[in-house]
Design a protein around this ligand. Structure first.
Ligand SMILES: Cc1ncc(COP(=O)(O)O)c(C=O)c1O
Length: 360
């Protein structure tokens, strides 16, 4: 029985050659490969600037520092996201204000205004699983209340809102390159894409010990620098991103067709072009189904079983809140296998197994 993984990294001869090219170049940190990857990522996203860093978490932390976020500032975030979405702001002393979600699993924008107080400074919509949050409404509300918007694009590389690339519309878009992501460098990494030249410049300095040039330090910074081997690998990966996203969409369309009426399949709003970082169903007897699939060699995941507003790291420090929709979905969501190279025959095997389970 062939195992079907939840996700899979792409490695071919071109990727290996790119890594070797960087290895042999004699330059390993923030060199030509990194500069080229920054330019190529900015062009792909449709922004003027891209700044690479060691992870989404660290480059966003740099960004919050550059923005001057301070203790007591309130920032609206969904609870239903990866925990790191709110880590950088908490390190700045700010307060995460949790928004509930709608059936797309993204922030319910109709609830947004009720969460705004005089201390609110920004909103972080997360394009969860690869589906765009309702940015039109987010920007309307942000403009009305003079708030910044940071798009969390960690799971949505190459996705669209209303024909525009995710990560190109707010103050900035932040990406993660962790190996399971739609775009990876086969290791940790991340970047900020932005049209704000001043912000990009400050980030470049902060990630490199506050340097303006080699021996001139304008700020006390950090080491959040990117490396050439991963830069070179990323340049190959970027060439495949749109094609792999098309394949993810084909797999999702197949799942949608075969699983309709058996489980709740994920919606796609007319203004979104979903890139299915995760294909997430809502399933009755979820835990039993997951066990059944595991027995058949099919790997699945739960993203995420414990909502962030209920994590000890949050409840020990912040006001307790109730988010009915978030608390409901965590009980029955299940992420099915999907990746850029997955074959329709593998999706069929997953569907057969799910259909078989509910027939029993
Ligand atoms: C939605 C979301 N935001 C932020 C992150 C953090 O990314 P990184 O691991 O690169 O710091 C992740 C990664 O898991 C994520 O999925």
């Amino acid at each position: 029985m062939q195992k079907i993984p939840l996700s899979k990294c792409f490695v071919n001869a071109e990727v290996e050659e790119a890594a070797l090219r960087a290895l042999r170049s004699g330059q390993y940190i923030l060199g030509k490969e990194c500069q080229a990857l920054e330019a190529e990522l900015a062009a792909h996203t449709g922004t003027k600037h891209c700044v690479l860093g060691t992870s989404w978490t660290m480059i966003v932390y740099m960004m919050h520092l550059a923005q001057g976020i301070k203790a007591g500032d309130e920032i609206i975030v969904p609870s239903h996201t990866a925990f790191p979405t709110m880590e950088p702001l908490i390190h700045c002393g700010a307060i995460p204000v949790f928004a509930d979600i709608d059936d797309t699993f993204c922030m319910d924008v109709e609830l947004l205004e009720s969460l705004i107080t005089p201390r609110t400074v920004g909103i972080i919509p997360v394009h969860l699983y690869g589906h765009a949050a309702n940015l039109g409404r987010v920007f309307e509300i942000a403009a009305k209340h003079k708030l910044w918007v940071l798009e969390d694009c960690a799971q949505s590389h190459g996705g669209f809102y209303d024909g525009k690339r995710l990560g190109s519309m707010g103050m900035a878009g932040a990406y993660s390159f962790f190996p399971s992501k739609n775009f990876t460098v086969l290791g940790d990494g991340g970047c900020i894409c932005t049209n704000d030249g001043e912000l990009a410049e400050k980030l470049r300095m902060l990630r490199n010990h506050g340097r303006k040039d080699k021996y001139l330090h304008e700020f006390t910074g950090w080491n959040v620098r990117f490396n050439e081997i991963q830069g070179a690998i990323g340049r190959v990966m970027l060439k495949h991103l749109d094609g792999f996203n098309d394949n993810r969409r084909a797999i999702a369309a197949h799942y949608n067709k075969r699983l309709a009426g058996i489980v709740t399949t994920p919606p796609e709003r007319p203004w979104a072009k979903h890139v299915y970082h995760m294909y997430v169903i809502r399933a009755q007897r979820r835990d039993e189904l997951q066990k059944h699939l595991k027995e058949l060699g099919i790997e699945t995941g739960i993203h995420y079983p414990v909502p962030n507003h209920q994590q000890p790291a949050i409840t020990n420090h912040f006001k307790k809140v109730t988010l009915p929709k978030t608390e409901e979905v965590v009980k029955d969501i299940l992420s099915l296998p999907v990746h850029g190279e997955m074959a329709i025959s593998a999706a069929d095997a997953v569907c057969d197994a799910i259909i078989g389970f509910y027939k029993k």
